[in-house]
Ligand binder design. Structure first.
Ligand code: KIV
Ligand code: ZN
Length: 388
């Protein structure tokens, strides 16, 4: 079955970099951008050029080195922002300007002290102006998650008419439920005149832990771009995690959707971003966390040793992890101990294993995790003739 492509728009270097205390310098951004390009992301949001001279320079340098991906710069619906972004993006082979404005009643009233008609006018002006510099213009309706669907459709229709190629529907505050976010996409698909001329894009924040679920619901309902970051980093609770959405689509082929990502580079890329940002990946993080392929309870270990698929839905090699790990703890059984002992050079008979296991349990009760070097000590303490 041929699959529809979902474009991966990586915003690690823009929304992701908004994590407090995780600022990257240009050198670090360039290394990450080159890696994202190799990973196969379709669009790299390189920064917000008007925000600082450093960001402007990073966007320009990224635009120079990126070979395959579209390079994108963020702007507000402000002329000067758009001019500066266009200038920063000049070296890019395929540049995109990402402009937009808040569309929820809360943003219109409190941020802009404005009204709905005036917001549509500003949105149209921004897109039309951006179009004078580049062909590819993405429009974001900030806080679309809390924007009434009927008004959102009016905004979208107006900016598509003005030439927007992509419509970003951000759940800026991470408020929506998956059903609600999916229904919003469906509503836009069915009610915006000219929607066939633009790609709908999911941009979800993780305030309620729903960013990934919402993005998947968005593409099931017609969106064809997901905005995400490596390790799900970003403001507050973060953005949609790139590695999660990519592997969800891959593990559920019946959805008929896939991406251009080379998943074997996911683990390494996650480590690279974590190190450069000085932000550790939580051990239980899906796909790339240290425990994502680690098994520690006896029942699970026994199953995985017999057949990996009993407790693993992803082959670790598919995401660049060499192999699953069998972690030895006081919850481990004989199968796990025999497996790890064999790895460090001991082929134990059943009787030998019984003796070593008793010693192992005493040791494991004192220590959280039993390591390879401990296995030698345990076997010595068991007083076995391992040659027999
Ligand atoms: O979350 C958001 O609304 C954004 C926009 C600026 C695209 O990051
Ligand atoms: Zn965002």
């Amino acid at each position: 079955m041929s699959k529809d492509k979902v474009q991966i728009f990586d915003t690690t270097l823009r929304d992701g970099e908004q994590v407090p205390g995780c600022k990257l310098d240009t050198e670090q951004k360039l290394v990450i951008a080159e890696r994202l390009d190799q990973l196969g992301v379709d669009i790299i949001e390189a920064g917000f050029p008007i925000s600082s001279p450093g960001d402007f320079s990073s966007v320009t340098q990224i635009a120079q080195v990126v070979k395959n991906a579209t390079v994108c710069g963020l702007t507000r619906a402000v002329k000067k922002d758009i001019e500066v972004a266009a200038e920063a993006l000049k070296p890019a082979k395929t540049p995109r300007i990402h402009t937009g404005i808040g569309t929820s009643d809360s943003h219109i009233k409190h941020k802009f002290n404005s009204n709905r008609d005036a917001i549509i006018e500003r949105a149209v002006q921004a897109v039309s102006y951006a179009k004078t510099f580049v062909e590819d213009v993405e429009f974001y309706a900030e806080d679309a998650g809390r924007t009434e669907n009927e008004f959102l459709a009016r905004v979208c229709e107006a900016v598509v008419k003005a030439g927007a190629t992509v419509l970003n529907i951000p759940d800026t505050t991470g408020y929506c439920l998956p059903e609600e976010y999916g229904a919003k996409m469906k509503y836009l698909k069915e009610n915006v005149k000219g929607i066939h001329k633009a790609t709908l894009s999911c941009h979800c924040h993780n305030d309620l832990g729903l960013a990934t679920a919402n993005s998947i619901s968005g593409v099931i309902n017609g969106a064809r771009q997901i905005e995400c970051t490596i390790n799900g980093i970003g403001e507050r609770a973060g953005n949609t995690s790139l590695e999660e959405v990519v592997m969800i689509l891959r593990q559920h082929p019946y959805l008929g959707l896939d991406t251009n990502i080379n998943s074997r580079l996911l683990y390494d890329t996650s480590q690279m971003v974590s190190q450069k940002m000085g932000m550790m990946v939580q051990p239980n993080k899906a796909i790339v966390g240290a425990n994502a392929f680690a098994h520690s309870s006896g029942i699970h270990q026994d199953g995985v040793i017999k057949n990996r698929e009993t407790y693993e839905i992803i082959d670790p090699e598919d995401v660049g992890v060499t192999e699953s790990s069998i972690v030895l703890t006081a919850r481990s059984g004989r199968a796990a101990l025999a497996y790890r002992a064999k790895k460090v050079g001991y082929e134990l008979t059943k009787t030998q294993l019984d003796g070593v296991y008793e010693e192992f349990l005493k040791f494991a009760d004192r220590k959280k995790e039993v390591l390879d070097e401990d296995i030698h000590e345990i076997i010595e303490a068991s007083n076995l003739n391992t040659e027999s």
